[in-house]
Write a protein that binds this ligand. Structure first.
Ligand SMILES: C[S@@+](CC[C@H](N)C(=O)[O-])C[C@H]1O[C@@H](n2cnc3c(N)ncnc32)[C@H](O)[C@@H]1O
Length: 248
């Protein structure tokens, strides 16, 4: 099993595959000014098992195309949608850098904790043509909360994701790319600790058992533990920022 498959297997049982929360998805919907007064065409990109997709499909009058690289995540989402009686979600197992939409087809592009896979600036510019004028881009992205921070955490994130930056820098990129900011908020600690890390941690030992304590599985869990430890120690310095912007 390759590293990606192993990562997928570790995360597939969780409600979400990254930091976030239902309240925060709803807050971003409010910032975006989305209501049920119009029927909307939405893409949820890098949706995982669909924590945000389900909120969008349930609470708006929308057709939601949910996109992820892993068909296994999308199968889980399809089952959840079926259980909830939702018929307005279409899943597509494709890469976020080759989207299947026509120019200006979408009212909304949503993406929680996933745009980093192709880089924030690249993703914003790559996805923009698919949005109608006035259409909304809502993305969450790892963000420095302070302009200065301890060297250890600066080194870690600068190596893991060199595009990590403060909110003002991310907002400048959005503005330079032809977007008008509608709202920004950093995800609270609960989105990391309670919603993401706690359920993940609770399954570490069963996952290792399932994987026969393979070297690869042990390495993956060590990596996850290290990430969690760093978050606990340095959570004052970074979070995901939720950026909501309209295409000018
Ligand atoms: C951190 S998870 C976030 C998932 C979900 N949005 C959430 O908040 O729970 C990132 C997601 O991006 C997906 N992904 C990674 N690279 C991708 C690509 N090139 N195209 C589409 N999805 C991708 C992963 O499979 C994963 O589901």
């Amino acid at each position: 099993m390759d590293d990606f498959q192993l990562l997928m297997k570790l995360h597939i049982e969780d409600e979400r595959q990254g930091p976030g929360g239902l309240a925060e998805t709803r807050r971003a919907i409010e910032f975006a000014g989305l209501t049920t007064s119009h029927s909307l065409k939405i893409a949820d990109i890098g949706c995982g098992t669909g924590a945000s997709t389900l909120v969008l499909a349930q609470e708006l009058d929308a057709k939601v195309t949910a996109i992820d690289l892993f068909s296994e995540f999308l199968e889980v989402l399809n089952t959840k949608a079926q259980k909830a009686g939702l018929k307005n979600i279409l899943t597509k197992a494709i890469s976020m850098d080759s989207l299947p939409f026509a120019q200006e087809e979408l009212d909304v592009i949503w993406s929680e904790g996933a745009i980093y896979n192709i880089g924030f600036k690249n993703g914003v510019n790559l996805w923009k043509p698919y949005l109608k004028q006035g259409g909304v881009l809502a993305v969450s992205e790892i963000t420095w909360l302070t302009n200065h921070r301890p060297k250890d955490i600066d080194d870690y994130w600068s190596a893991a994701y060199p595009e990590i930056a403060t909110a003002s820098e991310k907002i400048r990129i959005l503005e330079e790319s032809g977007f008008k900011l509608l709202g920004y908020f950093p995800l609270p600690i609960s989105c990391w600790s309670e919603n993401y890390y706690a359920p993940l941690q609770s399954r570490f030992s069963s996952f290792l058992e399932q994987q026969g304590n393979s070297k690869e599985a042990l390495q993956l869990i060590e990596m996850e533990k290290n990430e969690i430890e760093l978050y606990e120690k340095f959570k004052d310095y970074y979070s995901y920022g939720f950026y909501i912007a309209a295409k000018i």
